[in-house]
Design a protein around this ligand. Structure first.
Ligand code: NAD
Length: 268
């Protein structure tokens, strides 16, 4: 069976990479693309906006106009758009791959509810390398234990709107879980002024924004006399897009539920 993939947010940085990845993915084809209703690109060819030449997929301005044309939707847009799409996909029995980051607890609850009706795969990072890194971090935390201070530094391009990155937060979760902690109990998101010495268990985040950085993450485990650094650097959005297309093909055969990229890669 060929999985028919729709890409929403098609005009975005990730949207264009996703069009290419869906077009090239084995066992799948790009069958629909969606942009904001007020976009001048409604009616344009999806392949042409992604620099691939004509693919004969006309861009729609509304998910409801193409609901019959796809099996799985890939959504890397904004939290508000993603929640609306999750509800539309749940009602129509379509599967959904979500890459959007920066969702609030309330938005995550709405996505979880939609996953009661359809299969949803949501991940802060769809690259295979980053998902292996999550696994390495969890292992390092279990072995190094509480004697090492953990600090997470991430850098992204100047347009990114949420901080710290969803990937940095997932890395923090991987470390916290390995240490038997909950990230929300130990996370520190800013330091300024007389903050005093570092507390033993905190996992702290630092954020760099600028230029065209696709995504760099370093997790440091710092002890007296040594430090371990585990780093991932993305140099192309295609690493995320290829992973999302792979997730879409995998998701097409799954029952309702909330999955992540670790499920897709069999890393659990
Ligand atoms: P972007 O701003 O370039 O693209 C977002 C696009 O969504 C824009 O073109 C915008 O017009 C469109 N959009 C907004 N509302 C819409 C709607 N209702 N209908 C259709 N389109 C709509 O941003 P980006 O860099 O492509 O990133 C998008 C999201 O993906 C961010 O949350 C980012 O953090 C996340 N991201 C996730 C991963 C991952 O692997 N999970 C990787 C990279 C980026």
């Amino acid at each position: 069976m060929t999985v028919r993939i729709a890409v929403t947010g098609a005009a975005g940085r990730m949207g264009k990479a996703l069009i290419e990845a869906a077009h090239l993915a084995e066992g799948a084809k790009l069958s629909a693309a969606i942009v904001r209703p007020d976009s001048s690109l409604v009616g344009a060819d999806a392949g042409e906006i992604a620099g691939l030449g004509k693919l004969d997929v006309a861009i729609a301005g509304d998910i409801n106009a193409v609901l019959d044309d796809f099996d799985v939707l890939i959504d890397f847009t904004t939290p508000a758009a993603t929640v609306a799409n999750a509800q539309a996909c749940a009602a129509a029995g379509k599967q959904l791959v979500i890459g959007t980051t920066g969702c609030t607890e309330q938005e995550l609850t709405a996505i979880q509810q939609a996953a009661g009706q359809t299969a949803i795969c949501m991940a802060s990072n769809f690259s295979t390398g980053v998902n292996v890194t999550f696994k390495l971090l969890n292992m390092a935390a279990q072995i190094l234990g509480h004697d090492y201070d953990v600090e997470i530094v991430e850098a992204h391009h100047r347009h990114k709107v949420d901080a710290p990155s969803g990937t940095a937060l997932s890395m923090g979760e991987a470390v916290a879980t390995g240490l038997g902690q909950k990230l929300k109990d130990v996370a520190v998101y800013a330091r300024e002024g007389q903050v005093g010495p570092r507390s033993k268990d905190e996992i702290a985040f630092a954020t760099v924004r600028g230029g065209d950085v696709v995504g760099d993450h370093t997790v440091m485990f710092l002890a007296d006399g040594e430090r371990v650094e585990i780093t991932h650097k993305a140099s192309s959005r295609m690493s995320f897009a290829r992973g999302a297309a792979r997730a879409a093909v995998w998701l097409a055969a799954q029952p309702a539920g909330l999955y992540d990229m670790q499920d897709v890669l069999g890393l659990k």
